[in-house]
Ligand binder design. Structure first.
Ligand SMILES: *Cc1c(COP(=O)(O)O)cnc(C)c1O
Length: 356
């Protein structure tokens, strides 16, 4: 088993879900572990977590907790659609590329229509084309616009961009869903109130990530339009997403929100990514692929450098383009980790140019 400690550092920038459980979430689980508590979410921990989210979002939203992001997105989308509808999303969207068809499965056939746009953000003209391209009975009727905040390539939508997207969606009778697996990183990056990039900007449902930001499991599905939450509890249960020991999902949310750890963790992860970017762009042959706005850095570098890093034991994803690498930071990443990675890239690059 690989361990993360000083003697045996696990060299990883693969994902923020490689990190452990942060102290605030861990401690909340420990406190919630005392004694008997009623099951299936009918408990004070869950009530308090929901109330805390209402305070964070400054509105009477309806909240549900599920085990993971795939379930949160799929069930949220399914609740907004009928089987003959469609969801418009970016071609790189997690719902399109990384959920194994779960949104289609849980909605009994709702089709995802993907559109393009630079920096992982959809182009509104393309969204409008996808909505208006057809109006006949043979085309799955567009019903939801789904956007990811922060995006899959580490950029963020500004409040104005979200507002404009929602306005377009509204104009054509579409609802707006936000995949917020890294929502906290976006909040910190934009330095805005959570409400400003959700319901005040027209978002109907937010899937709010917990796991990547320091929790063990558990994402919150936040309905700003409470009408849309009707019977969502049945949907969760049927999908196997109703935790019987719900307090172990909800209590960590209390720990994260009341202590401010949810923003502190995101802020730390973003800071590490910013530092990494600063160090990497100074290295010959390394080029960033997207503006660094959240907790990841995407770079292009020579294949030989990538291979060299891998053989030295560094873990990272490289699934976008040849030589492209994604370095993801988390609450647990240290500045020391960042310095070691940057140094490894610098040495590998120097070696390559020496060979040439
Ligand atoms: C990680 C992630 C999710 C959730 O994935 P799960 O593994 O199902 O928890 C959803 N959206 C995005 C953008 C993600 O990065």
């Amino acid at each position: 088993m690989e361990e993360t400690n000083q003697e045996h550092p696990y060299n990883q920038f693969a994902s923020d879900n490689y990190a452990g459980i942060c102290p605030e979430a861990w401690q909340a689980m420990q406190v919630a572990n005392r004694g008997f508590v009623s099951s299936y979410g009918d408990d004070l921990w869950t009530e308090r977590a929901c109330e805390q989210l209402r305070q964070v979002f400054e509105t009477e939203c309806q909240v549900f907790f599920v085990f993971n992001g795939t379930a949160a997105n799929s069930l949220a989308l399914a609740s907004l659609c009928r089987s003959y509808h469609s969801v418009i999303c970016h071609e790189l969207a997690h719902v399109e590329t990384d959920e194994c068809g779960a949104p289609e499965f849980f909605s009994n056939g709702t089709k995802l229509l993907h559109v393009n746009g630079p920096g992982g953000k959809f182009d509104l003209a393309e969204v409008e084309r996808a909505i208006t391209r057809r109006s006949d009975i043979h085309y799955p009727r567009p019903k939801v616009l789904s956007l990811t905040q922060a995006t899959e390539v580490g950029t963020v939508y500004t409040p104005d961009e979200i507002g404009a997207a929602s306005e377009l969606a509204r104009r054509y009778g579409l609802r707006v869903q936000m995949d917020g697996a890294r929502f906290a990183n976006a909040v910190v990056s934009l330095d805005v109130a959570p409400a400003e990039i959700t319901w005040r900007a027209g978002v109907d449902v937010l899937c709010l990530g917990g796991a990547k930001n320091g929790m063990a499991v558990g994402e919150a599905v936040v309905f700003f339009d409470r009408e849309l939450a009707q019977e969502f509890d049945y949907r969760c249960k049927q999908a196997g997403q109703l935790a019987s020991k719900m307090r172990f999902i909800s209590a960590p949310w209390i720990g994260m929100l009341e202590s401010g750890a949810w923003l502190k963790n995101a802020s730390h992860a973003n800071h590490c990514a910013a530092l990494l970017e600063e160090l990497l762009i100074d290295i010959d042959g390394v080029r960033t692929m997207y503006p660094r706005q959240a907790n990841s850095v995407f770079v292009e570098m020579p294949e030989a450098v990538v291979a060299n890093l891998r053989s030295a034991g560094w873990h990272f994803y490289s699934f976008i383009g040849s030589g492209g690498a994604r370095f993801m930071c988390s609450w647990q990443t240290t500045e020391g980790d960042v310095l070691r990675l940057a140094e490894a890239v610098r040495l590998a690059s120097a070696e390559i140019s020496g060979v040439r």
